[in-house]
Design a protein around this ligand. Structure first.
Ligand SMILES: NC(=O)c1ccc[n+]([C@@H]2O[C@H](COP(=O)([O-])OP(=O)(O)OC[C@H]3O[C@@H](n4cnc5c(N)ncnc54)[C@H](OP(=O)(O)O)[C@@H]3O)[C@@H](O)[C@H]2O)c1
Length: 280
């Protein structure tokens, strides 16, 4: 496979770049000339775009940066794929949904984002599908693995507190970047197109995810489950952010994936990991 991985410094991109040696690049995806030249030079069969603006709260006020990475960038990449005949894999989010359903969201459910981030990611989906390129959009959620992802931030908070409040009434599927990277390559090999939901197996509140992360590291800090209202944020988030994975399959249960990640972290010397995930 002659692949190009865009956003190769991020938590997912770094995992894909590891699986596809030589494929990773960090070019600005919204700069048309740069992307055109890159595809003309490398002539990939497949472009995997992991670059994105994932700062959910900041996106409410940093519309230009979110638009460049999540809307204009995907449009530029998709147009270059269309021109050169490359297939495109692009990533989107559970935040395209409003979270009001009481079951996991399927691919055919109507998106209705309630945040600027969700709106930008939905606009990006529409850009890539409108390009005429051969496109697979993988919607995922609560990706962890990078140094700024949720379990890392919880561990940091726990070092200076006996109790920490964590929201319990927003449900997500914690998704290990490494598992998602492997699943992406399987989807490519199996020629999937359209939209596919790929997340870790099982649906949980952030509080449950936080407790499991602390337990993996033997940290005894207590997690107090609090409602969304106790944690005012700039952006609204879906209450039910869980995705149905019937079209492909669920990744392994998120608790198993968290255990693997924790084992990896505990074996790795500090300052040697790759990604920059923001835990969107
Ligand atoms: N993280 C989550 O919880 C989550 C949840 C649902 C969906 N997703 C989606 O999954 C995909 C992978 O996410 P991730 O967690 O791996 O993200 P990530 O760790 O934040 O990585 C994104 C990368 O994109 C780069 N980037 C930002 N703007 C760019 C631009 N205009 N041009 C080129 N590169 C740019 C960032 O570079 P800098 O670090 O230099 O800014 C960063 O390295 C994204 O499409 C994301 O929206 C993520």
């Amino acid at each position: 496979m002659n692949a190009l991985v865009l956003g190769a410094r991020g938590q997912l991109g770094s995992e894909l770049a590891r699986l596809l040696p030589g494929a990773g690049v960090t070019a600005p995806i919204h700069e048309k000339d740069v992307i055109e030249e890159l595809l003309d030079d490398r002539r990939p069969d497949i472009v995997i775009n992991c670059a994105a603006y994932n700062a959910v709260d900041r996106a409410e006020t940093e519309g230009d940066a979110a638009h460049a990475a999540n809307v204009a960038g995907p449009a530029v990449v998709a147009a270059a794929c269309r021109r050169t005949g490359a297939s495109l894999v692009h990533f989107s989010t559970n935040f395209v949904f409003d979270g009001s359903l009481d079951r996991p969201y399927v691919e055919a459910d109507e998106p209705a984002p309630i945040s600027a981030y969700g709106e930008s990611k939905l606009a990006g989906e529409r850009m890539v599908f409108g390009s005429g390129a051969r496109v697979l959009v993988i919607r995922t959620a609560a990706v962890f693995g990078g140094p700024r992802s949720f379990p890392r931030r919880i561990l940091e908070r726990a070092t200076s507190a006996d109790r920490i409040p964590v929201v319990g009434d927003q449900l997500i599927n914690p998704t290990y970047a490494r598992d998602l990277a492997e699943a992406t390559l399987e989807l490519v090999e199996r020629d999937f197109t359209g939209i596919v939901h790929v997340v870790g197996g099982g649906c949980a509140g952030w509080d449950v995810f936080a407790r499991a992360a602390l337990e993996e590291f033997g940290v005894r800090t207590q997690v107090d489950s609090v409602p969304t209202e106790a944690f005012p944020t700039a952006a609204r988030r879906p209450r039910n952010g869980c995705l149905d994975t019937t079209r492909f399959h669920a990744l392994r249960p998120w608790q198993e994936a968290l255990h693997s990640w924790a084992a990896e972290v505990q074996q790795t010397p500090p300052h040697s990991s790759g990604g920059q995930g923001s835990g969107a």
